[in-house]
Design a binder for this molecule. Structure first.
Ligand code: SF4
Length: 284
């Protein structure tokens, strides 16, 4: 019998430029409508251990590493967040992917001090999630009060000389230029002068939706997170933050021995590869 075996397309990790650290998979102070995380009803203490991070930092090839990104759910909810931040700053600049609900003037002042303690010139960069320039629309997606809190956090960070980046999930598929100009107006209204570098717009990735990829897609040339990064979680090393709770995204148990190959077999991959855009990495 002639059996055809269908194999998912594959991409390879070229160089490790970004290390994502998933600080917690389930703890977040918001429950956004469109979040890719499947939250369980019961809270779990799933915070990554510092030793696991230390071990990863000892093993990875740092030559091409541009920065480390702390992700979650909400990374700032990790009880040892400050210690981990200081540890990572010894290796590279650190991006914090946050909703910023935990940031006020006092915290921003403290974070400024932490950055200045570091004599290697490594920076702390904030990527703050706000999904709409309109308070009401944003809060429908992200929860009541979240807009105001995130905006206050931005004001505090700017006060202490940080230059935050706003991460926008383009939920309504608006024209990107228009979207940016609306956000620029919003930021100008709080005396935060921004340019294009302050915005990262990402498409909505939907649970359970599988896209047909174009026949002529050149998988070797795709510009995806999984070609330049890996994600460290409490359960091992994964191809990207989207797949950190899906065993199909698992590349190994630690950075001593992990796979550089990645088969794009999930629904998320079918959408992400079609967009051909790094959803989590930021070009510094
Ligand atoms: S979801 Fe995207 S970045 Fe993640 S493994 Fe699939 S193709 Fe790569």
């Amino acid at each position: 019998m002639n059996r055809m075996i269908l194999k998912a397309p594959c991409v390879n990790l070229k160089t490790l430029q970004v290390l994502f650290i998933e600080m917690t998979a389930q703890n977040c102070n918001l429950k956004c409508k469109h979040c890719y995380i499947e939250f369980k009803d019961k809270k779990v203490k799933d915070y990554i251990q510092i030793d696991k991070i230390k071990q990863a930092l000892n093993c990875i090839n740092k030559e091409e590493l541009k920065y480390i990104t702390l992700t979650g759910a909400e990374p700032m909810m990790h009880p040892d967040f400050n210690q981990i931040l200081r540890l990572c700053l010894k290796t590279s600049s650190v991006i914090i992917n946050t909703n910023a609900l935990n940031i006020n003037d006092k915290k921003a002042r403290f974070l400024r001090k932490v950055e200045e303690e570091n004599d290697l010139g490594h920076e702390i960069i904030f990527m703050i999630s706000i999904d709409n320039y309109d308070e009401k629309e944003n809060d429908l997606l992200r929860g009541r009060g979240s807009f105001r809190k995130s905006i206050h956090a931005i004001q505090s960070l700017v006060k202490y000389d940080f230059n935050p980046i706003i991460t926008i999930v383009n939920y309504n598929n608006e024209d990107e230029t228009l979207l940016k100009s609306k956000f620029k107006e919003l930021c100008a209204s709080i005396n935060f002068e921004t340019s294009d570098i302050n915005y990262k717009i990402i498409p909505l990735i939907e649970k359970g939706k599988r896209n047909n990829l174009p026949d002529d897609l050149d998988y070797d040339k795709l510009n995806l997170d999984c070609t330049t990064s890996r994600t460290l979680t409490i359960n091992g090393v994964f191809t990207c933050p989207l797949l950190s709770s899906d065993n199909r995204g698992k590349c190994g148990s630690d950075f001593n021995d992990f796979s550089k190959k990645n088969y794009l077999e999930t629904e998320y991959c079918s959408q992400c590869a079609g967009y051909n855009k790094k959803l989590f990495s930021f070009e510094l």
